[in-house]
Design a protein around this ligand. Sequence first.
Ligand code: AMP
Length: 506
Amino acid sequence: MTDNFFDIAAARFPADADAPFIELESGRRYSYRDLREISGRYARLLTELGVAKGDRVAVQVEKSAEAVFLYLACLRAGAAYLPLNTAYTKAEVGYFLGDAEPKVFVCTPGNAAALAGTAAAAGVGTVLTLGTDGGGSLAERAVGLDADFGTVACGADDLAAILYTSGTTGRSKGAMMSHRNLSSNAATLHRIWGFRPDDVLLHALPIFHTHGLFVATNCVLMNGTGMLFLSKFDADAVFRLLPRATVMMGVPTFYTRLLTDPRLTPEAAAHMRLFISGSAPLLADTHREFRERTGHAILERYGMTETGMLTSNPLDGERIPGTVGFPLPEVSVRVVDEKTGEPVADGGIGVLEVKGPNVFSGYWRMPEKTAQEFRPGGWFITGDVGRIDERGYVHIIGRAKDLVISGGFNVYPKEVETAIDAIGGVVESAVIGVPHPDFGEAVVAVVLRRSGAEAIDEAAVIGACREQLANFKVPKAVAFVDELPRNAMGKVQKNLLRETYKGLFG
Ligand code: AMP
């Protein structure tokens, strides 16, 4: 056995190959045999297309069982899996393809015509398609290929995946994840969350992000059990499936939405063992309300794309609302003064820095950016501000870089501001996140127009953003001002803007 994460997980697959792996809303089931055979055929196809160890395979497809098999096929072929948010526009995809230079790009059948030129311009050799029903040229070309594929041996430091995070300067960075990063985190989470042979995971997260892919799916693979796979979060489907599930992982929005539904009762959640939340702060009120309604204390954990998971509230022990729990085994977390880089006094507030086998090795082709984000000794600067209390629980207080998290997705204000500032007649803009009952935070743009440019109204700004940006980054509201508040150093005081607009959504 090698350090390839696929080998590590496969050693734990059930002896009965007919055991279920994925069940779709339609009732269609895929077994562990299907997992091995389909991922084997896809891996063979990739290899025949010239994909060799370390080559990137970029994928922008809808959530499906076949998309999971494609992820596993990439691991088996020794390639780096590069999933892209389905909301990314053609221009954004063009950037990722140009930056990552994948050998193969897989997109939806519906996008193939529109993206063919983009892929060609980026020098991508092969474009394949994959539909939600398992159709498309990837599957067609894999038909009849030998499914018995010998997984490519990989070392622990070899590249397994690249996940792009939005850059504060507007440029996205590809976080390089090694096989060690994936396997260490999967093994730890599987253990500390007490996965059992009869567990069934309710999976309603997207799979282009670390949460749905590496946290949820990899835990299931390590457990050799099945998951109920929803194409997206849908309360009706969740209530229908809860009686058959034991574990659910979600972003806080899932829980706030469930709380608005009268069907959320102790009986509805009676079969559940564990509800887990992460990717954005879970309000302490949500935690308490959920407990009152169901008897379940949501287990909140904290992590990020670059590091995988870092902390978790305990499975056995007190899950404290508003905290993200303890550093995971093998993960070190320290709190430092942002300017000096020196650890703060016990209990003090500062920027969280982390170290561990789950922490990525760097940003793809950005050695300087990588160097800036690490301190000597291998500490990665998360950019999150927090503190560790006297009992060792980590609290996240805010984000040093003003990141907005809307519906669990990260939005870097700078990228949206750049799109708005490019509109003729706009002088400048400031993008902030304000509390939103459904999305956690909503993107709001505060815009300064040139005099005489009043025709640029809210609809015009939103329309211009739509052309450039994925939907989740588009402002939900636009306010016009005569002047942006600035401090003595000339920096826009976003804290004041947040204060002004905090009541916008109730
Ligand atoms: P991503 O890279 O998309 O996973 O986003 C990572 C960021 O999400 C972190 O740096 C945090 O700012 C935020 N985050 C993730 N989990 C939590 C949590 N439980 N509480 C507060 N913030 C969180």
